[in-house]
Ligand binder design. Structure first.
Ligand code: PEP
Ligand code: MG
Length: 588
């Protein structure tokens, strides 16, 4: 029995079987082959190549049917590469003359291509790098008998162990088979972590060395409340965790009765608790848990789960579905927030040196106006069906906000000309998630209809701590007084201009931080669906003056560690059950 520690990002305890994913094929061994084995090795390579071509032919046929000939063309390029005479000659030479194993020969030959393509300034070449990596992986997966595109083919009760997972990979998990995941990389507010919470999948990130330490098929316990992965647990440990899991399950069920109760503080102040979603289907869960609407719809997931840029119809249908489910409750649609750790295939091929400071979010939209306008038209059309708000991400300057708003006006004019209905008074607001926006909040408040504070990014940009980097995770703390001061000022600016302000960062779903936000003047919290009941219970157990005292003290402390400790201690004392949903370390 051995325990590996990581960062807990999506709570829960599961007992399952490890499924180790090495889809990067980072460790390709250089295996020497005997002189007499050359022909057999060449034949082995040829079998793998033919199998890969066969796989690609099937993919091409499927893609052509589902996405059209243009999108499917990429697979023809892959087949072409696998038939390239120069490439094949290089691989054959490596095997026949240098007596290298086929895996190494393939890996080296394609790596040479990758390096060559990467070094070209011409985007025709550089955008092909991912394709070549794909070809390399496909051939290696044939040769090494490992997995490619197999996240949907795990055995039952699988705990996926990986170096990293993209939001797209997480999105394609088969929920009926995958119980949890543990990765080496990532931070608490990385989008893969956010996704895990949306899917209610227990998850641990930043578990260093986990892919080397865990064997495929090994029995494991994931304690994602404490960030522990237990390998080969003994019977007694399994039994203890089974009991603990039952207790937590019973606790969560006991919260279900809160769904119909109002979120009112003990002194009678009504708090609006709304949900964050990535997919229309999550609206059901938000409503089931008693959410009052959707405070953040991360629409970039429409891009991340498809190879194509979504059409206006795709956007519209997704929004219409949400609006129908919400039956009169408000849907806050955030315009596409691509970039940084959320990118599409196309964008991943143009790596940026500092993606979080790069062409992400509203910047990307303003440089891709057709795409932006397509989305805005769809949002506006959907606003004729029910209450909708438009929210822009990552606004850093007033010029940017005005420009984005102008594109909305443009889209409105187009619709007017075509006689298409939409809500002419649709509220247009912005995320406050970079320090420049928070510092200039009073000025922004005079022009925008609402604010939503995005602590996930606000913390990383204020503290200069990458939200996805496990190595600096201990420095990432929303209780840092520099952050809370910014939030206080944004709340004050909103109040003065009489506009609503909410928080939709992950911190709003943490009991101690939610209390702090109420104390700083916020009256709307937008959280992951499963956090709605515990946050509602917290709200119903505290008064606003209590929260204000907590906030005043926390903000006056010198450091984030003092502030965190103070907040935790105070909430523990005032609302001890606030942390009941987390599993306690089972005592041995
Ligand atoms: C945030 O930054 O707090 C936020 C809610 O947006 P995202 O996590 O999608 O960047
Ligand atoms: Mg953000």
């Amino acid at each position: 029995m051995r325990t590996i520690k990581g960062i807990p990002v999506s709570s829960g305890v599961v007992i399952g079987v490890a499924f180790v994913l090495d889809d990067d094929f980072r460790h390709v061994p250089r295996r020497a082959i005997a002189r007499g084995a050359v022909d057999a090795e060449l034949a082995r390579f040829e079998t793998a190549r033919q199998a890969a071509i066969e796989e690609l032919a099937q993919l091409h046929a499927l893609a052509e049917k589902e996405m059209g000939p243009e999108s499917a063309k990429v697979f023809l390029f892959h087949v072409g590469a696998l038939n390239d005479k120069k490439l094949l000659a290089g691989i054959h030479k490596s095997i026949a003359d240098d007596h290298a194993g086929a895996e190494w020969a393939v890996s080296e030959a394609l790596q040479t291509w990758i390096d060559l393509f990467r070094s070209k300034d011409d985007p025709t070449f550089s955008t092909k790098v991912n394709d070549i990596e794909d070809i390399r992986r496909r051939l290696l997966s044939q040769l090494m008998g490992e997995r490619f595109d197999v996240l949907r083919e795990t055995a039952d009760n699988a705990v996926v162990i990986a170096r990293d997972l993209t939001p797209t990979q997480t999105a394609t998990f088969d929920r009926s088979k995958i119980l949890a995941f543990v990765t080496e990389l990532g931070g608490k507010t990385s989008h893969t972590a956010i996704f895990a919470r949306a899917l209610a999948l227990p998850a641990i990130v930043g578990a260093r060395g986990v892919t080397d330490a865990v064997r495929d098929g090994q029995k494991v316990i994931v304690d994602a409340d404490r960030g522990s992965l237990i390998l080969d647990p003994d019977e007694e440990t399994v039994e203890r965790y089974t009991h603990e899991r039952e207790r937590v399950e019973a606790y969560r069920l006991s919260l279900a009765e809160l769904a119909d109760q109002p979120a009112i503080t003990t002194d009678g102040v009504e708090i609006e608790i709304v949900g964050n979603i990535e997919f229309p289907a999550e609206v059901d869960t938000v409503l089931e848990y008693g959410g009052a609407g959707i405070g953040l719809y991360r629409t970039e997931f429409l891009f991340l789960t498809s190879r194509d840029i979504p059409s206006e119809k795709t956007h519209f249908e997704a929004y219409a579905k949400c609006i129908e489910k919400l039956a009169g409750k408000t849907l806050t649609i955030r315009t596409v927030d691509l970039g940084a750790d959320k990118y599409t295939q196309e964008r991943a091929q143009i790596p940026e040196r500092n993606p979080f400071l790069g062409l992400r979010s509203i910047r990307y939209c303003l440089q891709n106006l057709d795409m932006f306008k397509t989305q805005l038209r769809a949002i506006l059309r959907a606003s004729a069906l029910g209450p909708v708000k438009i929210m822009f991400p990552l606004i850093t300057s007033i010029a940017e906000y005005r420009q984005a708003r102008m594109v909305v006006r443009d889209a409105m004019e187009d619709l007017d000309e075509q006689g298409v209905a939409y809500d002419k008074d649709i509220p247009i607001g912005m995320m406050v998630e970079v320090p420049s926006a928070a510092i200039q909040a009073a000025m922004f408040a005079r022009e925008v209809d609402f604010f939503s504070i995005g602590t996930n990014d606000l913390v990383q940009y204020t503290l200069a701590v990458d939200r996805t980097n496990e190595r600096v995770a201990s420095l990432y703390n929303p209780a840092h007084p520099a952050v809370t001061k910014l939030i206080r000022d944004v709340a004050r600016a909103a109040k003065r201009s009489d506009i609503p302000v909410s928080c939709c960062g992950e911190a709003a779903g943490e009991p101690e931080f939610a209390a702090l936000l109420l104390g700083l003047g916020l009256r709307t919290l937008s959280v992951t669906a499963s956090d709605i009941p515990p946050i509602k219970r917290l709200v119903r157990s505290l008064s606003i003056p209590q929260c204000e005292r907590i906030a005043k003290k926390a903000i006056s402390l010198d450091s984030e560690s003092e502030a965190s400790a103070f907040l935790r201690d105070r909430i523990n004392r005032l609302v001890p059950e606030a942390f009941d949903g987390r599993t306690a370390e089972p005592r041995g």
